[in-house]
Design a protein around this ligand. Sequence first.
Ligand code: ZN
Length: 307
Amino acid sequence: MLWKGRRQSDNVEDQRGQGGGFNLPRGGPGRLRIPIGGRSGGGMSLSTIIILVVLYFGLKAIGIDPLQILAGGGLGPGGGGQITDSSGQGTGAPASDEMKQFVSTVLAETEDTWTGIFQAEGLTYEDPKLVLFSGQIRSACGFASSAAGPFYCPGDRKVYLDTTFFQQLDQQFGASGDFAQAYVIAHEVGHHVQNLTGILPKFNQMRQQMDEAEANHMSVQVELQADCFAGVWAHFTGQKGILEQGDMDEALNAAQQIGDDTMQKKMQGYVVPESFNHGTSQQRQTWLARGYKSGKLSDCDTFNTPI
Ligand SMILES: [Zn+2]
């Protein structure tokens, strides 16, 4: 990616080196944490919300208040489920300044792209913050260690990223290249888009009333949509002429390497399909490619399309 010299976002909070001296228990591969919060029954089904949101972006003429959608469902600190992506032990090596510049630049690119997409629909995109950390971090979703991998917390609207994850992505998962890293950032920003459009709050509410298998299935739909949104971002980034030959292959390879089946095979030697909560390698590649191909949010309806 031809990222050098481009605008860097001011929304990066560098909290590296501020971690504490103890480790939290690590979760399993790609574990999705169940949020602690009150149940609130009733309301529209997630499917209905998704249809409405997708329609909203495609057609403006539907009877739903966009401000209500953008309010994000009134999640306060601690009220939202942390969306965790991948896992594993970080190496503890300090991230370089160049890494911070790269992350800030990719974040800026996502801000510009999503601002444009929202504006085209008469909506206002609110930038997320991105927290760089090392060791462990406290978010509105609770404490997390770098072992948990990158995550998005809807409660404080921040993406959390330990940049040692990028080394892990390369060395442990076999996903190298700057655009593999950009895809990871864009995927987390995809969760932010889901938060702004009301999808994530609805999911976090609904999954508390589901059994584990149902919650896992819906989690896969949420995650594949975030992959598709990352693809939409890549589509517009490509139109700016800043993608290099092989960049999308790096992102697609990363999607392959962090698929639930591939990860489980690598980490435990066998797969347990009922436990999948991010999608298989094939699914993740498919949805990333789908968003990239068209650049349309309406092609990212993982809730009403066979996945
Ligand atoms: Zn995710």
